[in-house]
Design a protein around this ligand. Sequence first.
Ligand SMILES: O=C(O)CCC(=O)C(=O)O
Ligand SMILES: [Fe+2]
Length: 298
Amino acid sequence: MRDAASRTGFFLVDDFAGVPRHVVDAAFDAAARFFTADTTTKIAACAWEAETNAGYVAIGRERLGVSHPDVGKEALNLPRDSAATVLAAVAATTDKADADALAALLDAASAAALALLAAIGEAMGDDDIAAFVAAHDASAAPAATSGTTLRALHYSPITDSDGVVAVDDDGCVLRAGAHTDYGTITLLFRDDRGVDDNDPASTSDDLEVLVGNDWIRVPVVRNTVVVNVGDLLHDWSTGLFPSTLHRVRGRATAHRFALALFVHPHDHIAVRNMPGLTAGDHLRSRLEASYTGTPSQS
Ligand SMILES: O=C(O)CCC(=O)C(=O)O
Ligand SMILES: [Fe+2]
C-alpha cells in the first residue's frame, strides 16, 4: 500500500474493502433508477445546494477540469451530514428501497474507509494513527460536521448535436476533466453497466491517472474498489502520498455509472501545511471553483 500510494496515489482493494457485494449492487441499481427520471423531475426533487453540497447536480453544472464542463455528467450528492433530505427525495422519485440502498452504501463505505485510514496511517508511518482515524470518524466526534459525501455519477451518451466538445480519434470524450480529489481518500466503485455492447472498444475502464507524462487506464477488476489519495492526505503525509491528477475519458456512445465516497476529515481539522486553513474551508473553496451557476436542461 505504501508503495502504490506513494508512486501513483491509486490502488485497488479486494472484496470492496469489506463492503458486501449486494450492498454495492443495490446502490448501483438505485442510482440507475433515479437517473432515469427526467431532468426537470430530478431538479424539482432535490436540486443541488451550494450550502450543503447536497442534491442533484444536473448536466452542465460541474467542471472538474478548468476548460469546460464535464460532458454529459450528472450526479447525486449525498453528504453524510445532510443525506436525509436527498434520501427522502430519492424515495419520492423512485421508491423507499432505492433510498435505503444508497443509505446502506453510505454507511458501509464509511465504515470501510475508517479501516482503510488505519492501514494508510500505518503505511505513511504516522506517529498518531488513532488521531488520524478519529479525525474522520463521526462516532469519535458526534457534534462535528464533515464533508464526507457519497456521490452517484452517471455519464450519458452524447451525440454530435450536443456540440460541447470534439470526440477524439478513438471515439472518446473527456467525461470529467483532469483534477485531484479534494478530501483525504476516495473509494470508487465501478461496474460494467453502461458498456456499449455494440462497440467492441467500449469498456468501463475509463478512469485515467497521470503517471509521469502518460495517462494510464485504471483496470476494472471485479469485486475491487479503487482507492485514491486526495489533497488532504497529500497534505497530511506532506507529499509522501501524492494526490494524483486523474480524469474520465470514455466512449461518447456509452453510459457510465460510478459510485464514489469522498472521505473528508471533520470540518474543523486544520490543514497541516496551510496555516489557518481548515478542512471545511478547503472543501468550500474547491466546490466553489468546480460548480457553475446554470444547469443545462438537456
Ligand atoms: O467517474 C469516475 O469514475 C470518477 C470520477 C472522479 O474522478 C471524481 O468524481 O472525482
Ligand atoms: Fe476524482
